[in-house]
Each structure stands twice: as structure tokens, then as C-alpha cells.
Write a protein that binds this ligand. Sequence first.
Ligand SMILES: NC(=O)c1ccc[n+]([C@@H]2O[C@H](COP(=O)([O-])OP(=O)(O)OC[C@H]3O[C@@H](n4cnc5c(N)ncnc54)[C@H](OP(=O)(O)O)[C@@H]3O)[C@@H](O)[C@H]2O)c1
Length: 350
Amino acid sequence: MKLHVGLIGTGGWAQVHLSALQESPYVERVTLCGRNAARLVELAATSSKVVATVPELDQLCNDPSIEVIDIVLPHDLHAPTALAALAAGKHVICEKPAGLSLAQFDEVAAAAERAGRRWLVVMNQLYNPRFEALQARVADGLVGRPFLLVENAYSNHTRWYHDPQSWRTRLSRAGGGVLIDGGYHMVYKHLELLRPFGLPRWVQGDAAQLNLTSSGAELADRGEDFVQFVVGYDGPLRIGASHSWSMPATAGRPWEGFLAGSQGVLDISAGIDGPVVLRSNAGEEAIPLPPILSQPRPDSMRLCLADYLAAMAEDRPPRWGGVAAARATLAVVLAVYESARTGVRIPLTP
Ligand SMILES: NC(=O)c1ccc[n+]([C@@H]2O[C@H](COP(=O)([O-])OP(=O)(O)OC[C@H]3O[C@@H](n4cnc5c(N)ncnc54)[C@H](OP(=O)(O)O)[C@@H]3O)[C@@H](O)[C@H]2O)c1
């Protein structure tokens, strides 16, 4: 089956989607959609599969030859665009987080179910072969029974908060700050890594603006630049994580992480794209993993889209990133925000 895909959005990440569509043997044609005419021309020139450029979503929806609409837009446009595409009988691939609330998410899920169409939310970092190998080893008992997963990541993206053109950190458009954006990847990787060991039951979190203004005063309509949270599972299993976007310079340890289990501690302090070492009473063991991707984010994106497109063409589920996994991820993100607002522990319903 050869697909005709309508790609909507012409920003930075749409370029990565387009190169994945270009590479996929299941994609024959691409129609690009966006409101920026110059950018449409520029993007179209990078792919031999682009057969048309159009300014409006309706033109993708009304083209009967298009089977799939791929949404690479700001967060607030994900659900309305997906609903329109599904109503037109298209399959949908959508960038994360796919909705700003669980109600919105569920509305799209129900629409996809009713229409009998795919709705695949991008969770590309699960497709990093090193993550996949590590997940399989942990599921096989590499650390015994996991009880504590820790990840802390600190970086500098403060410019997005001050850029008047950026939707990225605006509460009304992005639905939050660092957690619903970069932190979303962190959350789905945690949930998948620990999936064989139980269900997440509650979240306690803090989310704040720490370093956006010189006085520390809050910026209106901006999401958090710092988040810290605990996810509690049945029994003795916890995730403790934090993420910040507003370091003034690279921190001494910009990233740290480990997975502690009954048999050992897996040191992932250089991330999965660095050396991974298991420490136990028996000593230290370097864990062999597949080679590091040359560009982990875009390369994992290409692997993710390759599988989503193959899954549609071959009428099978994708290897990763089902609707349940995307919903569970959004549920954790929104629970952190609710906990930060209310100061209470938020239960997660399976
Ligand atoms: N999976 C990953 O690793 C990853 C990485 C990066 C981004 N993303 C996700 O990809 C999505 C897009 O991010 P991005 O970095 O590509 O953002 P971006 O560079 O800001 O691009 C956003 C696109 O949306 C268009 N747009 C904005 N507002 C619009 C509106 N009201 N109506 C129609 N079009 C509108 C923009 O058009 P103009 O140029 O005309 O404004 C632009 O084409 C987000 O969901 C983001 O979270 C995922």
C-alpha cells in the first residue's frame, strides 16, 4: 500500500517529519499545508515526494486521494486539527501532546474509534534502538525489582519565554512549559521502562517559574521553567524527576539519572546516548547497547514515523506509542500541573 500523506505545519520539526516521509517506502506522495507560502516552497524543495502545497487544512481534508494527515502544529491546534481530519475519514499522525486536556484527548480518541481510523501520537524517543534494548534488558530483570527511577535534566531555553512570536511557552497555546514540551519525552520513557513492574497510581508535583525575570516576578501566560515530581506506583516503586529550561549556563551536571533495583543500580548519568553501567555487589558492568544514533532526536523520529507508516500500510499496531501510552503520558503531565496548583497528591486512574 502506497500512501498519500498531507503534512500540516512548516516549522522546524515539520522538516524532520518530511524527511521521514521522504524515506518511507510506504509513502508515495506528500501534500504540504501551511500558512507561510515562502516556507512551503522552501520545504517542498527538499522532498521529491511533494506533489502540491496548499494553505488550508480543508484542502487536505477534501482531497480524497489523501489517506493520512500528519499534524506538526502548536499544541492547541492538535485536537481540533485531528478531529477535522478524522471527520474527513483520514488516518492521523499527530505530534505530542495531542491535546491540552484529557477531555480533549478522549474526544479525539473516541472520534478515531468511531471513524475506524488510526490516531498515532508521536513518541519518537521510544524508537531509539538503545532505549528499546535497555527496556528489554530491564524487563528481563537486569536490575532485579526496580524501586527508584531518577532523572533530572537542566538546560537553557529561556529565549522561548521572552520571544513574543513563540507559542512554545505560552500556557494558552502550549498547555504548560518545560514538562509538556521536552519533559513529555521523559515521562513516556519512564512509563514504558517501568511498565512490566506495575501501574502508576499517583503524582505529587511542583511546577514554577524560577528564572524568567530578574526580580523573580511571574510572567503572565507563561508555562513553568522548572518542574519536579514523584510518580508513585503500587508497592515500593517511585519515579523522582525534575526538569528545567532556564539555566543561565550549562550546569556542572546538566543531566543525571539512574534506575535502582533490588539487584543493582543502572547508572544512566550520561543519558541513554552515553555509556550505561550496572553497579552491584558483584562490581561494575558496562551494558552493551546498539550504536548511538548520529542525531538521536531526528533519527529516532525517522524510525518512529517509519514504523507508524508501516503499521498503517500493513494493518498492524505500531511497536510503540499506542493511544493508551499517549493518554497515560498526558495524564501524568496534567497531574503534575494539578498537584502544583493544589498542593495535593493527585491519583491516576488506569
Ligand atoms: N517529537 C519531538 O521530538 C519534537 C521535537 C520538536 C517539536 N515537536 C512538536 O512538534 C510540533 C511543532 O513544533 P515545531 O518545533 O515545528 O514548532 P514551530 O517551528 O513553531 O512550527 C509551528 C508550525 O505551526 C504553524 N502555526 C502556528 N500557529 C498556527 C495557526 N494558528 N494556524 C496555522 N498554523 C499555525 C506555524 O506557521 P508559521 O510559521 O506561519 O507561524 C509553523 O508552521 C509541536 O507539537 C512540538 O511539541 C516534537
